[in-house]
Write a protein that binds this ligand. Sequence first.
Ligand SMILES: NC(=O)c1ccc[n+]([C@@H]2O[C@H](COP(=O)([O-])OP(=O)(O)OC[C@H]3O[C@@H](n4cnc5c(N)ncnc54)[C@H](O)[C@@H]3O)[C@@H](O)[C@H]2O)c1
Length: 378
Amino acid sequence: MTTASERRVVVAGAGNMGRKWIAAIAATPGARVVGIVDVDAAAASAAAGSLGGRVHLGTDLADLVAATGADVVMDATVPAAHHAVTAIALRAGCAVIGEKPAAQTLAQALSLCAGAEAYDRLVLVSQSRRYNPHVDALAAHGASLGGLGIGQTDFYRAPHFGGFREEMDHPLLLDMAIHPFDTARYVLDAEPVSVYCRSFNPPWSWYRGDAAAVATFEMDSGAQYTYNASWCSDGAETSWNGAWRLNGAGGTVRWDGESEPVLDAAVDVTPAGPASGASGARSGIAGAWDAFLAALDAPPTTPRPRGHIHENVLSLAMVEAAIYSARAGLPVVIDDLLERAREQALADETDPLVRERLAGWGPVRDHLLRAGRAAAVG
Ligand SMILES: NC(=O)c1ccc[n+]([C@@H]2O[C@H](COP(=O)([O-])OP(=O)(O)OC[C@H]3O[C@@H](n4cnc5c(N)ncnc54)[C@H](O)[C@@H]3O)[C@@H](O)[C@H]2O)c1
């Protein structure tokens, strides 16, 4: 039974993550899955089995939103479909929570930022690894060290996925690196300025494209963030979150990606934030879902939540900049990339309302950061 205040959710994409999202939404009060859409009708039908009650199924998102009266779309489709799905949902009047990445390209992600503005709806990107009490503790310890100058992530694993990842040009950078890049922005409390990246494929790699990379980012705080990673390294594997080290004048904090971060401070420091687990917040996609529902219900003057699309876009910019740098063998300035992406978004945009918004922005970085401090929409 749907109550008046319950959010009515259509889930788009009933694959691996879509099924997890359906279970997470069903387990949370305040919302209800009323429809499932997938271009593969059999996938939608199979995913509906877990819900028991009556759920509308379809292959056309706009039709399903109209039929169900949904006010929220959860997008768990493949990255190539994220722009189209979110744009349709916004035009239908829905708020959107979508799986990472925000879109397949930075240009498409900027179009979605402008879409969120044009249709005055919340679009949140679920960067699920940010919702982790250890990451909050890492950030709090880092903040206690008196200005961080060095950040580093080592990531060495050897998964055999099969399928599309083993055929991509840059599987590690495109499919995985967005998680640590997004976390780095958060724990360093800094935004990326430029990157130099070398990507390569070790001789024994089972991937077609580059499965390893070393990327060094200059951050706007002056800190350097380095990502050393490989997806074809058997033995002594790191956790899926990688192994982290942050260093400031006051000492170092290390995190193995799985247990409590360990502070090694030169002086006695008190973390500014909660210790792991103290906040009681849920982790993973449940944490992202809670943040989304809270933002939808918040008064209009409340600042947008972390993960909203304007805030998330700079994580995607780090990925795209690292790939361009690796291809060109040159450093990439992220502001240049953002401006070129806006030009591309303007050239591709077919919705006049969204185009008008994109054209009216000042410098892209300034606009994104200003929007990050603005009041919620919803
Ligand atoms: N947060 C995480 O840790 C994490 C982990 C894995 C995947 N992901 C992300 O989740 C998303 C989905 O990944 P997955 O592993 O579930 O993929 P998947 O291939 O298992 O499922 C994707 C589904 O989307 C459907 N689809 C494709 N285009 C569509 C469209 N236009 N409309 C409706 N349905 C469409 C496909 O038919 C498929 O059923 C991706 O963006 C991926 O990057 C996130």
